[in-house]
Design a protein around this ligand. Structure first.
Ligand code: ZN
Length: 490
């Protein structure tokens, strides 16, 4: 039944996309179950794109004559050349790994304050996160434009290095923000600019989820960010995630210490952890084949002659969709409780990280691409990529519309010394300058064009509804094998 539904809907969806001149969709749905659940939803996304015609919208905005916008483009380039390229290289030469980006943040905060931003550090209880705000002298009752910047380096045996070019992200955001600030001041445009300093992208727990839950992103009407890239590409409208939906869960077993020669006075937490770890291996054949579960036992006791009173098991639980992921996590949680029960210990379950499908907007992606075209960005890939949201945790993209701008910035593979070198050389510098210009132009258009704001709001609202609809259908499809488990999630 699932297969036949997929077949007919799949064909209709493909025809709808082709008829709209949008080419064949690169769906984010990877399993047959997901594709069946998404089929009608994809059809409605195609219809939505047909209605708002994002590429025509992007071309109209990018190609129009607008002196203010042209000045923003030029000014973002000037800020990059004058200050931000050097700042990017400086952070690049002084790499700091996630949660320890103290010097990078100190420097960025100083620069932001120097340019008139009010900066709050330590937001969401994260030492190296910050929120910078600037209000237009014409009043803050216009749109709030948000820019996300990362700055953490990669871990490596030879020491940290910026092999993913995060050193450039905040300087790129700053070049765009300063160009907008100049224009809003000069033309007395009301509104507000916010720069979000988001730490530790490369290590858990996911900082942007924590900041999202703490309400740090509340109030932003739109968000942009940049990232290193091997090509200048944009994503297709819809929802999805770069890799898999992930739950990061730590299971902490607590027993009672005792000398091993009187072990009957103790309760062995390591025993519980080992039972649990083994139970999870036993569950693997119970889960669908796309499941991925990886775990370690980072704590298992202190001395052989002491009954371990504390043991910790840490799992990354992954699945292509979040409904089945909830089911897997529920079963794994139960296995932990079973192990605790069997050993007379207790278990505390700490789900410290969640990555979910994000929302990608055709309107914002095509506007980005229209500017990339206008400015002659290198290595343009005309084929829209799978939707993945503009930030990797997914949560923020569900709440706030936005776009990730990623002009070609390296020939090297991600997370390599080649990418690090390009990040501080001409290939990277050219790409980052374009990122800044494009981000500034997108935000300027959002600020000054109420039609664009309306389209973005309409598209985001409809995709939010379709994402819920997709999850409802997934729960229906999984019901026979997961029972009530599919009702989980937020
Ligand atoms: Zn990255």
């Amino acid at each position: 039944m699932i297969e036949s539904r997929m077949g007919s809907y799949g064909a209709r969806v493909a025809m709808a996309w082709v008829a709209l001149g949008l080419g064949l969709p690169v769906a984010a749905q990877t399993t047959p179950t997901e594709r069946a659940a998404a089929a009608e939803v994809l059809e409605r996304i195609a219809a939505l794109q047909g209605r708002i015609r994002p590429s025509a919208l992007g071309a109209r905005l990018a190609e129009r004559g607008d002196a203010g916008r042209d000045e923003v483009l030029a000014s973002a380039g000037r800020w990059w050349d004058a200050e931000m390229e050097a700042l990017s290289d400086h952070i690049g030469r002084n790499p700091e790994v996630g949660w320890q980006e103290h010097a990078s943040v100190d420097t960025l905060v100083k620069v932001l304050r120097h340019h008139g931003f009010t900066v709050e550090t330590g937001v969401a209880g994260l030492e190296t996160a910050f929120l910078a705000t600037w209000d237009s002298p014409a009043g803050s009752d216009g749109p709030t434009l948000g820019l996300i910047g990362e700055y953490d380096a990669l871990r490596d045996v030879e020491g940290p290095f910026h092999g993913d070019q995060h050193n450039a992200q905040t300087p790129v955001a700053l070049a765009a923000a300063l160009a907008l600030k100049d224009r809003m001041t000069g033309d007395r445009i009301p509104g507000r600019i916010r720069v979000y300093g988001t730490p530790a992208e490369e290590v858990g727990p996911p900082a942007k989820t924590i900041m999202y839950e703490a309400g740090v992103f509340q109030g932003a009407d739109v968000l942009v960010r940049s990232h290193s890239s091997n090509e200048t590409a944009r994503a297709r409208a819809g929802f999805g995630v770069c890799c898999l939906n992930i739950n990061e869960v730590r299971y902490v077993f607590t027993g009672r210490p005792a000398h091993q020669l009187t072990s009957w006075n103790g309760r062995n937490a390591l025993e519980a952890a080992v039972r649990f770890y083994t139970s999870v291996n036993g569950l693997r054949s119970t889960f669908r084949p796309e499941a991925s579960i990886q775990g370690v036992i980072p704590e298992g006791g202190v001395a052989p002659n002491v009954v371990p009173a504390r043991a910790v098991v840490d799992y990354y639980i992954r699945y292509p969709d979040e409904v089945y992921l909830e089911h897997m996590t529920r079963m794994i949680d139960d296995a932990a409780r079973g192990a605790a029960l069997a050993t007379g210990t207790e278990v505390a379950i700490d789900r410290y990280g969640e990555f979910r499908d994000g929302i990608t907007l055709g309107s914002m992606e095509e506007l980005y691409f229209a500017y990339a075209r206008k400015l002659g960005a290198p290595r343009m890939n005309e084929e829209p990529q799978r939707p993945a949201g503009y930030e990797e945790t997914g949560w923020v993209t569900r709440e706030i519309p936005g776009v990730g701008v990623s002009v070609y910035s390296s020939t090297g593979t991600y997370h390599t010394k080649e990418m690090e070198a390009d990040g501080m050389g001409p290939v990277g510098h050219t790409g980052f300058r374009l990122d800044a210009q494009i981000m500034a132009a997108i935000l300027y258009d959002y600020l000054t064009d109420s039609d664009l704001r309306d389209v973005v709001a309409e598209e985001h609202g409809e995709l939010q509804g379709l994402l819920s609809e997709y999850h409802r259908r997934l729960r229906e499809v999984y019901a026979p094998e997961v029972g009530g488990d599919g009702a989980g999630g937020r």
